[in-house]
Ligand binder design. Structure first.
Ligand code: HEC
Ligand code: HEC
Length: 64
């Protein structure tokens, strides 16, 4: 029982922590996901994101 409770608490914490990505360190022509992915896919010019399927990049990555 207690083990189950700990697992639940850890899952809730990791969901909260997942909402704080590093801030965007550059200026942006557009804040749309499509624009971000032009550069941040593995074929782009920027460091590739590990999570190209997540929606709402700037919900987690504060725009400058
Ligand atoms: C024109 C290409 C381009 C676009 C569009 C772009 N980026 Fe970037 N991004 C880069 C480059 C190049 C770097 C690495 C160099 C730097 O720090 O400026 C970078 C760095 C980053 C980093 C830091 C990565 C790290 O390892 O710390 C984040 C986070 C990021 N971008 C998020 C975004 C988001 C979110 C968007 C869309 C709102 C976006 N970028 C759009 C080119 C782009
Ligand atoms: C739910 C929150 C969330 C969303 C949405 C999100 N990110 Fe992230 N991102 C993170 C976190 C947290 C990190 C820190 C590294 C990690 O844990 O993967 C990160 C790291 C990054 C990095 C640094 C390289 C890497 O993958 O570690 C880039 C680039 C990036 N994100 C781009 C994007 C782009 C582009 C989008 C939209 C398609 C996006 N992120 C959507 C939370 C998010």
């Amino acid at each position: 029982m207690q083990t189950l409770f700990r697992l639940g608490a850890a899952a809730a914490l990791s969901i909260l922590a997942a909402c704080q990505g590093p801030a965007v360190p550059h200026s942006l022509a557009s804040t749309s996901d499509e624009n971000c992915l032009k550069c941040h896919r593995d074929t782009g010019s920027a460091p590739a994101t590990t999570h190209p399927k997540k929606k709402g990049c700037i919900d987690c990555h504060k725009a400058p």
